[in-house]
Design a protein around this ligand. Structure first.
Ligand SMILES: Cc1cc2nc3c(=O)[nH]c(=O)nc-3n(C[C@H](O)[C@H](O)[C@H](O)COP(=O)(O)OP(=O)(O)OC[C@H]3O[C@@H](n4cnc5c(N)ncnc54)[C@H](O)[C@@H]3O)c2cc1C
Length: 446
Protein backbone atom coordinates (compact mmCIF):
# COMPACT_ATOMS: atom_id res chain seq x y z
CA UNK A 1 0.00 0.00 0.00
CA UNK A 2 1.07 3.57 -0.72
CA UNK A 3 2.95 4.92 2.28
CA UNK A 4 3.06 8.74 2.46
CA UNK A 5 6.12 8.74 4.71
CA UNK A 6 8.09 6.76 2.11
CA UNK A 7 6.57 7.24 -1.33
CA UNK A 8 6.67 10.25 -3.61
CA UNK A 9 3.37 9.51 -5.35
CA UNK A 10 0.07 7.84 -4.48
CA UNK A 11 0.07 6.30 -7.98
CA UNK A 12 -1.97 6.98 -11.10
CA UNK A 13 -5.57 5.91 -11.49
CA UNK A 14 -5.21 3.24 -8.80
CA UNK A 15 -8.53 1.41 -8.20
CA UNK A 16 -10.58 2.02 -5.06
CA UNK A 17 -9.70 -0.34 -2.20
CA UNK A 18 -11.89 -3.48 -1.91
CA UNK A 19 -14.11 -1.69 0.55
CA UNK A 20 -17.77 -2.20 1.33
CA UNK A 21 -18.40 1.32 -0.02
CA UNK A 22 -16.76 0.62 -3.36
CA UNK A 23 -18.77 -2.58 -3.65
CA UNK A 24 -22.25 -1.19 -2.85
CA UNK A 25 -22.14 2.29 -4.35
CA UNK A 26 -22.54 1.48 -8.03
CA UNK A 27 -20.58 3.27 -10.73
CA UNK A 28 -18.69 6.47 -10.14
CA UNK A 29 -20.23 9.53 -11.77
CA UNK A 30 -18.30 11.12 -14.61
CA UNK A 31 -15.27 13.24 -13.81
CA UNK A 32 -13.42 15.27 -16.46
CA UNK A 33 -11.04 12.32 -16.98
CA UNK A 34 -7.30 12.59 -17.19
CA UNK A 35 -5.73 15.96 -17.94
CA UNK A 36 -3.88 15.55 -21.25
CA UNK A 37 -2.88 19.09 -22.20
CA UNK A 38 -1.17 22.05 -20.57
CA UNK A 39 -3.54 24.57 -19.06
CA UNK A 40 -3.46 27.98 -17.46
CA UNK A 41 -5.94 28.60 -14.64
CA UNK A 42 -6.65 30.83 -11.64
CA UNK A 43 -6.73 28.16 -8.95
CA UNK A 44 -5.56 24.57 -9.02
CA UNK A 45 -6.57 22.25 -6.19
CA UNK A 46 -4.56 19.08 -5.60
CA UNK A 47 -6.64 16.19 -4.21
CA UNK A 48 -10.30 15.32 -4.89
CA UNK A 49 -11.46 14.40 -1.39
CA UNK A 50 -13.99 16.36 0.67
CA UNK A 51 -11.54 19.26 1.22
CA UNK A 52 -10.65 19.74 -2.45
CA UNK A 53 -14.20 19.21 -3.71
CA UNK A 54 -15.72 21.57 -1.13
CA UNK A 55 -13.13 24.21 -1.94
CA UNK A 56 -13.87 23.90 -5.68
CA UNK A 57 -17.63 24.00 -5.06
CA UNK A 58 -17.49 27.07 -2.81
CA UNK A 59 -15.02 28.90 -5.06
CA UNK A 60 -17.42 28.44 -7.97
CA UNK A 61 -20.68 29.10 -6.16
CA UNK A 62 -19.69 31.88 -3.80
CA UNK A 63 -16.82 33.59 -5.59
CA UNK A 64 -17.34 32.74 -9.25
CA UNK A 65 -13.88 31.17 -9.53
CA UNK A 66 -13.90 28.01 -11.66
CA UNK A 67 -11.09 26.00 -10.14
CA UNK A 68 -9.34 22.95 -11.56
CA UNK A 69 -9.04 19.93 -9.27
CA UNK A 70 -6.38 17.32 -10.03
CA UNK A 71 -6.56 13.92 -8.38
CA UNK A 72 -3.89 11.24 -8.75
CA UNK A 73 -6.34 8.36 -8.66
CA UNK A 74 -10.13 8.43 -8.53
CA UNK A 75 -12.40 10.94 -6.84
CA UNK A 76 -12.33 10.26 -3.08
CA UNK A 77 -9.72 7.52 -3.48
CA UNK A 78 -8.09 8.74 -0.24
CA UNK A 79 -9.80 8.94 3.15
CA UNK A 80 -12.99 10.45 1.78
CA UNK A 81 -14.09 7.29 0.00
CA UNK A 82 -13.03 4.79 2.63
CA UNK A 83 -13.92 6.22 6.05
CA UNK A 84 -16.56 5.04 8.52
CA UNK A 85 -19.04 7.75 7.51
CA UNK A 86 -19.62 9.27 10.95
CA UNK A 87 -20.81 12.87 10.65
CA UNK A 88 -19.83 14.30 14.04
CA UNK A 89 -19.91 17.80 15.52
CA UNK A 90 -16.19 17.85 16.16
CA UNK A 91 -12.78 17.84 14.52
CA UNK A 92 -9.21 17.06 15.50
CA UNK A 93 -8.54 15.39 18.84
CA UNK A 94 -8.26 18.30 21.23
CA UNK A 95 -11.07 18.29 23.83
CA UNK A 96 -13.15 21.47 24.32
CA UNK A 97 -11.84 21.81 27.88
CA UNK A 98 -8.23 21.67 26.66
CA UNK A 99 -9.01 24.34 24.05
CA UNK A 100 -10.40 26.63 26.76
CA UNK A 101 -7.27 26.03 28.82
CA UNK A 102 -4.95 26.79 25.89
CA UNK A 103 -6.76 29.69 24.24
CA UNK A 104 -9.67 30.84 26.41
CA UNK A 105 -13.41 30.36 26.17
CA UNK A 106 -14.05 32.75 23.27
CA UNK A 107 -11.69 30.87 20.97
CA UNK A 108 -13.09 27.52 22.02
CA UNK A 109 -16.61 28.78 21.22
CA UNK A 110 -15.36 30.13 17.88
CA UNK A 111 -14.04 26.68 16.98
CA UNK A 112 -17.31 25.10 18.07
CA UNK A 113 -19.18 27.50 15.78
CA UNK A 114 -16.97 26.48 12.84
CA UNK A 115 -17.57 22.80 13.55
CA UNK A 116 -21.34 23.39 13.69
CA UNK A 117 -21.22 25.29 10.40
CA UNK A 118 -19.44 22.31 8.86
CA UNK A 119 -22.28 19.97 9.84
CA UNK A 120 -24.88 22.51 8.63
CA UNK A 121 -23.15 22.77 5.25
CA UNK A 122 -23.01 18.98 4.91
CA UNK A 123 -26.71 18.80 5.75
CA UNK A 124 -27.61 21.47 3.23
CA UNK A 125 -25.53 19.86 0.46
CA UNK A 126 -27.14 16.47 1.15
CA UNK A 127 -30.53 18.22 1.01
CA UNK A 128 -29.72 19.29 -2.56
CA UNK A 129 -30.28 15.66 -3.49
CA UNK A 130 -27.16 13.65 -2.62
CA UNK A 131 -28.23 10.05 -2.07
CA UNK A 132 -25.73 8.98 0.60
CA UNK A 133 -27.88 6.60 2.65
CA UNK A 134 -28.16 8.87 5.67
CA UNK A 135 -29.10 6.90 8.80
CA UNK A 136 -31.08 7.85 11.91
CA UNK A 137 -29.44 10.61 13.93
CA UNK A 138 -27.52 9.76 17.08
CA UNK A 139 -23.93 9.26 18.27
CA UNK A 140 -23.33 7.01 21.25
CA UNK A 141 -20.08 7.34 23.18
CA UNK A 142 -19.67 4.24 25.34
CA UNK A 143 -17.59 3.84 28.50
CA UNK A 144 -15.32 0.86 27.86
CA UNK A 145 -14.95 0.37 31.63
CA UNK A 146 -17.14 1.31 34.60
CA UNK A 147 -14.46 3.78 35.72
CA UNK A 148 -14.88 5.79 32.48
CA UNK A 149 -18.62 6.40 32.95
CA UNK A 150 -18.36 9.28 35.50
CA UNK A 151 -16.05 11.14 33.08
CA UNK A 152 -18.63 10.78 30.32
CA UNK A 153 -21.40 12.07 32.58
CA UNK A 154 -19.22 15.07 33.43
CA UNK A 155 -18.64 15.66 29.72
CA UNK A 156 -22.38 15.53 29.04
CA UNK A 157 -23.06 18.10 31.79
CA UNK A 158 -20.34 20.37 30.48
CA UNK A 159 -21.70 20.23 26.93
CA UNK A 160 -25.22 20.97 28.18
CA UNK A 161 -24.00 23.93 30.24
CA UNK A 162 -21.57 25.32 27.68
CA UNK A 163 -23.42 24.84 24.40
CA UNK A 164 -26.96 23.92 25.54
CA UNK A 165 -26.12 20.71 23.71
CA UNK A 166 -28.72 17.99 24.21
CA UNK A 167 -26.90 14.90 25.47
CA UNK A 168 -28.55 11.86 27.08
CA UNK A 169 -26.86 9.84 29.80
CA UNK A 170 -27.54 6.09 29.52
CA UNK A 171 -26.76 3.51 32.17
CA UNK A 172 -25.47 0.15 31.02
CA UNK A 173 -28.96 -1.30 31.35
CA UNK A 174 -30.62 1.53 29.45
CA UNK A 175 -28.04 1.25 26.68
CA UNK A 176 -28.49 -2.51 26.45
CA UNK A 177 -32.28 -2.30 26.44
CA UNK A 178 -32.78 0.69 24.14
CA UNK A 179 -29.85 0.59 21.71
CA UNK A 180 -27.58 -2.48 21.71
CA UNK A 181 -26.29 -5.00 24.26
CA UNK A 182 -22.57 -4.24 23.90
CA UNK A 183 -20.88 -6.27 26.65
CA UNK A 184 -17.85 -3.95 26.55
CA UNK A 185 -20.04 -0.92 27.27
CA UNK A 186 -20.51 0.21 30.87
CA UNK A 187 -22.78 3.20 30.35
CA UNK A 188 -22.83 5.81 27.60
CA UNK A 189 -23.77 9.30 26.55
CA UNK A 190 -25.76 9.96 23.41
CA UNK A 191 -25.68 13.03 21.16
CA UNK A 192 -28.79 13.62 19.08
CA UNK A 193 -27.44 15.26 15.96
CA UNK A 194 -24.68 13.09 14.47
CA UNK A 195 -25.37 10.38 11.90
CA UNK A 196 -23.90 7.80 9.55
CA UNK A 197 -23.71 8.09 5.75
CA UNK A 198 -22.13 6.31 2.78
CA UNK A 199 -18.93 8.38 2.51
CA UNK A 200 -18.09 7.51 -1.09
CA UNK A 201 -21.53 8.48 -2.37
CA UNK A 202 -21.29 11.70 -0.37
CA UNK A 203 -18.01 12.59 -2.11
CA UNK A 204 -19.42 11.67 -5.52
CA UNK A 205 -22.37 13.96 -4.75
CA UNK A 206 -19.99 16.81 -3.95
CA UNK A 207 -18.16 16.13 -7.21
CA UNK A 208 -21.40 16.42 -9.21
CA UNK A 209 -22.29 19.70 -7.48
CA UNK A 210 -18.80 21.14 -8.03
CA UNK A 211 -18.84 20.20 -11.72
CA UNK A 212 -22.35 21.62 -12.16
CA UNK A 213 -21.04 24.87 -10.64
CA UNK A 214 -18.26 25.00 -13.24
CA UNK A 215 -15.24 23.34 -11.60
CA UNK A 216 -13.18 20.82 -13.57
CA UNK A 217 -12.15 17.60 -11.86
CA UNK A 218 -9.35 15.68 -13.52
CA UNK A 219 -8.69 12.20 -12.18
CA UNK A 220 -5.73 9.91 -12.92
CA UNK A 221 -3.59 13.04 -12.82
CA UNK A 222 -0.92 12.90 -10.11
CA UNK A 223 1.09 16.00 -9.34
CA UNK A 224 4.77 15.13 -9.35
CA UNK A 225 6.31 18.54 -8.79
CA UNK A 226 5.39 22.03 -7.61
CA UNK A 227 7.35 25.09 -8.61
CA UNK A 228 7.23 28.67 -9.89
CA UNK A 229 7.92 30.17 -13.29
CA UNK A 230 7.57 33.79 -14.43
CA UNK A 231 5.65 34.76 -11.32
CA UNK A 232 3.13 31.92 -11.70
CA UNK A 233 2.77 28.67 -9.82
CA UNK A 234 3.60 25.59 -11.85
CA UNK A 235 2.06 22.22 -11.14
CA UNK A 236 3.65 19.35 -13.03
CA UNK A 237 1.90 16.05 -13.84
CA UNK A 238 3.41 13.18 -15.86
CA UNK A 239 1.91 14.44 -19.13
CA UNK A 240 1.15 18.11 -18.55
CA UNK A 241 2.04 21.36 -16.91
CA UNK A 242 -0.55 23.56 -15.20
CA UNK A 243 0.16 27.26 -14.68
CA UNK A 244 -1.93 28.82 -11.95
CA UNK A 245 -2.12 31.95 -9.85
CA UNK A 246 -2.82 29.91 -6.73
CA UNK A 247 -2.30 26.34 -5.62
CA UNK A 248 -4.20 24.50 -2.91
CA UNK A 249 -2.90 21.37 -1.22
CA UNK A 250 -5.92 19.24 -0.29
CA UNK A 251 -3.98 15.99 0.06
CA UNK A 252 -4.31 15.49 3.86
CA UNK A 253 -3.06 12.05 5.06
CA UNK A 254 -2.16 11.10 1.47
CA UNK A 255 0.33 13.97 1.00
CA UNK A 256 3.42 12.40 -0.60
CA UNK A 257 6.85 12.58 1.02
CA UNK A 258 8.48 16.02 0.73
CA UNK A 259 5.61 17.30 -1.43
CA UNK A 260 5.83 20.94 -0.36
CA UNK A 261 7.84 22.80 2.27
CA UNK A 262 4.67 24.25 3.88
CA UNK A 263 3.52 20.83 5.07
CA UNK A 264 6.64 18.60 4.99
CA UNK A 265 7.33 16.92 8.35
CA UNK A 266 4.22 18.55 9.82
CA UNK A 267 1.76 15.66 9.70
CA UNK A 268 1.77 12.03 10.78
CA UNK A 269 -0.24 9.66 8.58
CA UNK A 270 -1.72 6.91 10.77
CA UNK A 271 -3.62 3.87 9.47
CA UNK A 272 -7.17 3.32 10.62
CA UNK A 273 -8.58 -0.14 9.82
CA UNK A 274 -12.17 -1.14 9.11
CA UNK A 275 -13.96 -4.47 8.75
CA UNK A 276 -17.54 -5.03 7.58
CA UNK A 277 -19.24 -8.27 8.55
CA UNK A 278 -21.68 -10.39 6.62
CA UNK A 279 -25.31 -9.24 7.20
CA UNK A 280 -26.65 -10.20 10.62
CA UNK A 281 -29.68 -12.49 10.63
CA UNK A 282 -32.85 -11.48 12.49
CA UNK A 283 -31.87 -13.97 15.16
CA UNK A 284 -28.39 -12.46 15.58
CA UNK A 285 -29.81 -8.94 15.72
CA UNK A 286 -32.23 -10.00 18.42
CA UNK A 287 -29.55 -11.83 20.40
CA UNK A 288 -27.48 -8.60 20.48
CA UNK A 289 -30.60 -6.47 20.87
CA UNK A 290 -29.03 -4.43 18.06
CA UNK A 291 -31.84 -1.90 17.64
CA UNK A 292 -29.83 1.17 16.71
CA UNK A 293 -28.11 2.42 13.58
CA UNK A 294 -26.55 5.28 15.55
CA UNK A 295 -22.80 5.68 15.20
CA UNK A 296 -20.81 4.41 18.19
CA UNK A 297 -17.34 5.11 19.56
CA UNK A 298 -15.72 4.10 22.86
CA UNK A 299 -13.57 5.89 25.43
CA UNK A 300 -10.31 4.00 24.85
CA UNK A 301 -7.11 5.90 24.05
CA UNK A 302 -6.96 3.55 21.03
CA UNK A 303 -10.59 3.90 20.08
CA UNK A 304 -12.93 1.37 18.52
CA UNK A 305 -15.92 2.58 16.53
CA UNK A 306 -18.86 0.83 14.91
CA UNK A 307 -22.29 1.16 13.33
CA UNK A 308 -25.00 -1.04 11.90
CA UNK A 309 -25.25 -0.44 8.16
CA UNK A 310 -28.55 -0.22 6.23
CA UNK A 311 -28.23 -3.90 5.18
CA UNK A 312 -27.66 -5.08 8.80
CA UNK A 313 -23.92 -5.61 8.48
CA UNK A 314 -21.67 -4.25 11.23
CA UNK A 315 -18.91 -1.85 10.28
CA UNK A 316 -16.22 -2.05 12.99
CA UNK A 317 -13.05 0.04 13.07
CA UNK A 318 -9.94 0.76 15.09
CA UNK A 319 -6.25 1.32 14.69
CA UNK A 320 -4.41 -0.44 11.88
CA UNK A 321 -0.80 -1.30 11.05
CA UNK A 322 1.98 1.25 11.44
CA UNK A 323 3.49 1.03 7.95
CA UNK A 324 1.95 0.79 4.50
CA UNK A 325 3.93 -2.42 3.93
CA UNK A 326 2.15 -4.28 6.72
CA UNK A 327 -1.29 -2.75 6.11
CA UNK A 328 -2.68 -5.82 4.34
CA UNK A 329 -1.66 -8.24 7.09
CA UNK A 330 -4.97 -9.95 8.07
CA UNK A 331 -3.83 -9.76 11.71
CA UNK A 332 -5.26 -6.22 11.98
CA UNK A 333 -8.69 -7.15 10.62
CA UNK A 334 -8.78 -10.30 12.78
CA UNK A 335 -7.99 -8.24 15.85
CA UNK A 336 -11.04 -6.07 15.18
CA UNK A 337 -13.19 -9.17 14.72
CA UNK A 338 -12.06 -10.50 18.12
CA UNK A 339 -13.08 -7.24 19.84
CA UNK A 340 -16.41 -7.17 17.98
CA UNK A 341 -17.11 -10.70 19.25
CA UNK A 342 -16.19 -9.68 22.81
CA UNK A 343 -18.70 -6.86 22.54
CA UNK A 344 -21.39 -9.14 21.08
CA UNK A 345 -20.78 -12.75 22.17
CA UNK A 346 -23.85 -13.87 20.18
CA UNK A 347 -21.82 -13.18 17.03
CA UNK A 348 -19.22 -15.92 17.66
CA UNK A 349 -19.70 -17.38 14.19
CA UNK A 350 -19.72 -14.08 12.30
CA UNK A 351 -17.08 -13.45 9.61
CA UNK A 352 -15.99 -10.25 7.97
CA UNK A 353 -16.49 -9.85 4.23
CA UNK A 354 -14.62 -6.59 3.70
CA UNK A 355 -11.44 -5.25 5.28
CA UNK A 356 -9.49 -2.16 4.31
CA UNK A 357 -7.56 0.69 5.84
CA UNK A 358 -6.70 4.32 5.16
CA UNK A 359 -4.34 7.09 6.28
CA UNK A 360 -5.79 9.56 8.74
CA UNK A 361 -3.76 12.72 9.18
CA UNK A 362 -2.50 13.64 12.67
CA UNK A 363 -1.16 17.07 13.51
CA UNK A 364 1.20 17.70 16.40
CA UNK A 365 -1.24 20.01 18.22
CA UNK A 366 -4.31 17.82 17.57
CA UNK A 367 -6.24 20.36 15.46
CA UNK A 368 -6.51 20.88 11.71
CA UNK A 369 -4.84 23.88 10.10
CA UNK A 370 -6.12 25.83 7.14
CA UNK A 371 -3.55 28.36 6.05
CA UNK A 372 -1.29 30.01 3.49
CA UNK A 373 2.29 28.76 3.12
CA UNK A 374 4.76 30.91 5.05
CA UNK A 375 7.26 30.94 2.21
CA UNK A 376 4.77 31.41 -0.66
CA UNK A 377 1.55 33.43 -0.30
CA UNK A 378 0.10 31.73 -3.37
CA UNK A 379 0.14 28.25 -1.86
CA UNK A 380 -2.61 27.23 0.59
CA UNK A 381 -3.35 24.05 2.50
CA UNK A 382 -5.92 22.42 4.78
CA UNK A 383 -5.09 19.23 6.66
CA UNK A 384 -4.64 17.51 10.01
CA UNK A 385 -8.21 16.51 10.86
CA UNK A 386 -6.84 13.67 13.07
CA UNK A 387 -9.38 11.14 11.77
CA UNK A 388 -12.30 13.49 12.34
CA UNK A 389 -12.91 15.24 9.04
CA UNK A 390 -16.00 13.94 7.26
CA UNK A 391 -17.94 17.08 8.12
CA UNK A 392 -15.15 19.51 9.04
CA UNK A 393 -13.21 19.01 5.77
CA UNK A 394 -16.20 20.61 4.05
CA UNK A 395 -15.93 23.67 6.30
CA UNK A 396 -12.15 23.70 5.77
CA UNK A 397 -12.68 23.67 1.99
CA UNK A 398 -15.18 26.51 2.28
CA UNK A 399 -12.80 28.56 4.42
CA UNK A 400 -9.93 27.84 2.02
CA UNK A 401 -12.06 29.25 -0.78
CA UNK A 402 -12.63 32.41 1.29
CA UNK A 403 -8.94 32.71 2.08
CA UNK A 404 -7.87 32.26 -1.53
CA UNK A 405 -9.96 35.19 -2.64
CA UNK A 406 -8.71 37.34 0.24
CA UNK A 407 -11.52 37.22 2.80
CA UNK A 408 -10.28 37.36 6.39
CA UNK A 409 -11.06 34.21 8.32
CA UNK A 410 -12.17 34.10 11.96
CA UNK A 411 -9.22 34.69 14.26
CA UNK A 412 -8.86 31.10 15.44
CA UNK A 413 -5.88 28.74 15.77
CA UNK A 414 -7.46 26.67 12.99
CA UNK A 415 -6.85 29.55 10.60
CA UNK A 416 -4.14 31.76 12.08
CA UNK A 417 -1.47 29.18 12.93
CA UNK A 418 0.71 27.12 10.67
CA UNK A 419 0.81 23.36 11.05
CA UNK A 420 3.55 22.85 13.65
CA UNK A 421 6.56 20.75 12.71
CA UNK A 422 7.05 17.42 14.47
CA UNK A 423 10.23 17.41 16.55
CA UNK A 424 12.63 14.76 15.17
CA UNK A 425 10.29 14.05 12.21
CA UNK A 426 12.32 11.02 11.13
CA UNK A 427 11.23 9.37 14.39
CA UNK A 428 7.48 10.01 13.99
CA UNK A 429 6.72 6.31 13.66
CA UNK A 430 8.78 5.46 16.71
CA UNK A 431 6.65 7.96 18.63
CA UNK A 432 3.50 6.39 17.18
CA UNK A 433 4.68 2.92 18.21
CA UNK A 434 5.32 4.29 21.74
CA UNK A 435 1.85 5.86 21.85
CA UNK A 436 0.23 2.57 20.79
CA UNK A 437 1.99 0.79 23.66
CA UNK A 438 1.04 3.50 26.12
CA UNK A 439 -2.57 3.29 24.86
CA UNK A 440 -2.66 -0.48 25.23
CA UNK A 441 -1.50 -0.27 28.84
CA UNK A 442 -3.82 2.64 29.66
CA UNK A 443 -6.85 0.95 28.09
CA UNK A 444 -6.18 -2.36 29.85
CA UNK A 445 -5.09 -1.30 33.32
CA UNK A 446 -6.19 2.27 34.10
C1 LIG B 1 -10.59 4.22 8.01
C2 LIG B 1 -10.97 5.67 8.23
C3 LIG B 1 -12.14 5.97 8.92
C4 LIG B 1 -12.50 7.30 9.13
N1 LIG B 1 -13.71 7.56 9.69
C5 LIG B 1 -14.11 8.84 9.87
C6 LIG B 1 -15.40 9.13 10.39
O1 LIG B 1 -16.23 8.24 10.58
N2 LIG B 1 -15.73 10.44 10.64
C7 LIG B 1 -14.85 11.46 10.39
O2 LIG B 1 -15.18 12.61 10.64
N3 LIG B 1 -13.64 11.21 9.82
C8 LIG B 1 -13.26 9.93 9.53
N4 LIG B 1 -12.07 9.68 8.90
C9 LIG B 1 -11.27 10.82 8.44
C10 LIG B 1 -11.87 11.47 7.17
O3 LIG B 1 -12.17 10.47 6.24
C11 LIG B 1 -10.87 12.49 6.59
O4 LIG B 1 -10.58 13.47 7.59
C12 LIG B 1 -11.38 13.21 5.37
O5 LIG B 1 -11.90 12.31 4.43
C13 LIG B 1 -10.25 14.02 4.74
O6 LIG B 1 -10.62 14.45 3.46
P1 LIG B 1 -9.56 15.17 2.53
O7 LIG B 1 -10.27 15.59 1.32
O8 LIG B 1 -8.84 16.23 3.27
O9 LIG B 1 -8.46 14.06 2.21
P2 LIG B 1 -8.57 12.73 1.31
O10 LIG B 1 -9.96 12.28 1.16
O11 LIG B 1 -7.60 11.76 1.87
O12 LIG B 1 -8.11 13.21 -0.14
C14 LIG B 1 -6.77 13.48 -0.46
C15 LIG B 1 -6.60 13.13 -1.93
O13 LIG B 1 -5.36 13.67 -2.39
C16 LIG B 1 -4.91 12.85 -3.44
N5 LIG B 1 -3.49 13.11 -3.67
C17 LIG B 1 -2.45 12.91 -2.81
N6 LIG B 1 -1.30 13.26 -3.43
C18 LIG B 1 -1.60 13.68 -4.66
C19 LIG B 1 -0.83 14.16 -5.76
N7 LIG B 1 0.50 14.25 -5.68
N8 LIG B 1 -1.46 14.50 -6.91
C20 LIG B 1 -2.82 14.43 -7.00
N9 LIG B 1 -3.60 13.96 -6.00
C21 LIG B 1 -3.00 13.60 -4.84
C22 LIG B 1 -5.17 11.45 -2.91
O14 LIG B 1 -5.21 10.49 -3.94
C23 LIG B 1 -6.51 11.62 -2.18
O15 LIG B 1 -7.60 11.21 -2.98
C24 LIG B 1 -11.66 8.36 8.67
C25 LIG B 1 -10.50 8.05 7.98
C26 LIG B 1 -10.16 6.72 7.74
C27 LIG B 1 -8.91 6.40 6.98
Amino acid sequence: MYDPLHDKSPGTNVAYPDSYWASVSGSAPDSDGQLTQDIDTDVVIIGAGYTGLSCALHLAREHNVKAVVVEANKTAWGCSGRNAGFILKSTGRKPWTAMTKSWGEEVMRGIYAEVCQGVETVNSLIAEGIDCEQQDPGYIRVAHKPSMFPGLIKQAKLLQETFSYEVDVLTRNELHQQYMADQNAHGAIRFHDSFGINPLKLAWGYQDLARQAGAKIYTGTPVTELGQENGKQVVVTPQTKISASKVILATNGYTPKNFHSSVANKTLPVLSQIIVTEPLSEQQLQACNFLTSNVVMDTRALKYYYRKLPDNRILFGGRGAITGKSSDDPYYAQRLLVVLKQSFPALQSIQYQYAWSGWICMSLDDIPHINQAEDNPNVFYAMGYCGNGVSFAVQAGKRLADKVIGINLPNLPLYNRQLPKFPLPALRRVGQWGYFHYGKIKDSYF
